[in-house]
Structure formats: C-alpha cells, structure tokens
Design a protein around this ligand. Sequence first.
Ligand code: PBG
Length: 328
Amino acid sequence: MYLQRRNRITRRSAAVRALVAETVLTPNDFMVPLFIGEGENIKTEIASMPGYYRNSLDITIKEVKDLWSMGLKAVLLFVKADDQLKDNTGKEAWNPDGLMQRAIKEIKNAVPEMLVMTDVALDPYSQYGHDGIVEVDKGTILNDETVEALTLMSLSHAAAGADFIAPSDMMDGRIGAFRKALEESGFSDVGIMSYSAKYASCFYGPFRDALDSAPGFGDKKTYQMNYANRIEAINETLQDVTQGADIVMVKPAMAYLDIIREIKNAVTVPVSAYHVSGEYAMIKAAAARGWLDEEKAILESLTSIRRAGADLIATYFAKDAVKILSGL
Ligand code: PBG
C-alpha cells in the first residue's frame, strides 16, 4: 500500500518546527546603523523613522555599550554634517577632527571589541546631496575625482580606527583604489564592506531625512543601479570581489531577495543585505495603525532576508530583533 507522505509531521509542534528550522536569527547576524549628530545630550527622533534617533556622540557611546551588552557586534556609522561644512569637494569627509573621525575614536575607546564600520560616500558633506563631486555645468557626477576624494575619506576613517570602511557611493573602481591605498598606508588590517549591488531606490527616503542629505537636483540613477536589472548586480559584485571587497552587499533587501540569492550563489565572500530606512518605516507605519503585528513582521522580514542568502543584515530593527528573540 502506498503510504502518503505526511509533510505536516515536522510542523506539529513548536519543538519539531524549531528542530527542523533551516534559518535561525542570532545577534551575530546584525549590523546596527547609527546616526550621529553634533552637540551634547541631543537625541532627535527621525520624523519618518518613529522610534529611531539621531544622537549626539555622548548618547551614542551609551548606546554602543548597550548594544554590545545585548550581543550585537557591529555598528555602521553615519554622520549628519552641519550645513556650513558642506561644499562640492566633500573635504570635511576627511577632516581628522570631523564628527565621523571623533565618533570612530570614541566608540573604539569605549568598546574596543565593537566592530566599527563607516559609511564612505560624500552625500552628507555635499552641498548638492550627491554621493560624489558634481560637475556643475553638466549636472553630472565625476567618477575618478570622486574616487580620489573617497580614498582620502577611507584613509581618515582607517587612521581613526575603523575596522571596516563601507563604501556606499557606487563609483566605478573604488574598491581597488581603497584597497591599494589602505595597503600603502599601513592599514592592511582594515576591511572593506562594499555596497556592491546598490539600487537607485525610493526606499532610502527616510534615511535622507535623518541626515538631511536628499539630492538637491536630479536623482542618483547615473551611479546607483536600475532596479530592473539582475545580471548587472552579479557583474558589479564580482568586480568588487576581484578588487578586494571582504564583504559584499545588496541594498535594499526585501524587494531584492532574488538578487541576494543570486549574489550568494555567485561569490564565496560573506554577503550582507541592508534592510533600509523605508523598509523600517513601512513596518512601523502599518504597525502604528494596528494593520500589522510589529514583532511578527520584524522576525518574518529578517528571517526572509537570511533565508534568501544574506549572512549578515544591516537593520534598524537589530535591537528589537534581539529583544524579541531572547523573549525580553
Ligand atoms: C548614502 C547612503 C544612503 C543609504 C546608506 N548610505 C542613501 C542614499 O544612497 O541616498 C541608505 C540607507 C537607508 O535608507 O537606510 N550614500
């Protein structure tokens, strides 16, 4: 007699479901983005990211200690530069006493084991809100000049003590340029997490509120990727690996799970995904209206990103996820 295969047997109880789960989330899977502003004892909620803040450095240090005590092991730093520091060269980006450089030093001082990863792109420092230097009469972004500026920026982060630089600018040839410069300057221990497949996405909107960095003209489509493309993502990522990227990234995450899987299958370095600000905002907005269960939406989203192939996830929900997972 043919015995029907009973698939429901391995779903009968929470115990058996846990036993056969293919994907598990742990605090080791997360990188925590931190928005940092000038001043003291200043905590500003981001209007489009309820429950997420831009903090002055003193509060950031407390936050980093808290994150470490929860088992979180990596922070991804973003700073909001004051308006008068913005220009079209981005030179504040490599000021050794700039907010980013001070933040790296103070965090490494306070919690030496915390992995400090730093955003490398000119947008917070650009008067035009672009990731690179603008050729003003044409309204285009200069590639090689930008890579030179970003190389200085990367070296200044390394000198301040960053563990990984994380270029999010999408200029061509930057990974190789940074790797070479790091080697030549004695920073051979500093890693590169490359935003390899970064798409021109509307889901970055709330982030640009957090840093006041929305592009002043046009959009970022001449450097960030077209979301219609999949094969191009593989090409970009393989080039970054060849040029020396230690970790690659797909960004955003949830509308790009197919890309995460493609990249995971194509490379042998760790793959990260950035669950971006707009993805955070969507869950928060729906939960605030009682339309979604926030905790369940967080776990399902992050698990899906891991299942798609991300080894690690940058997410504004890192703390929430750790709390939910540990039943706090
Ligand atoms: C800037 C940068 C952006 C993000 C990370 N680095 C925004 C952009 O490219 O415009 C987005 C992060 C998020 O939305 O959470 N280079």
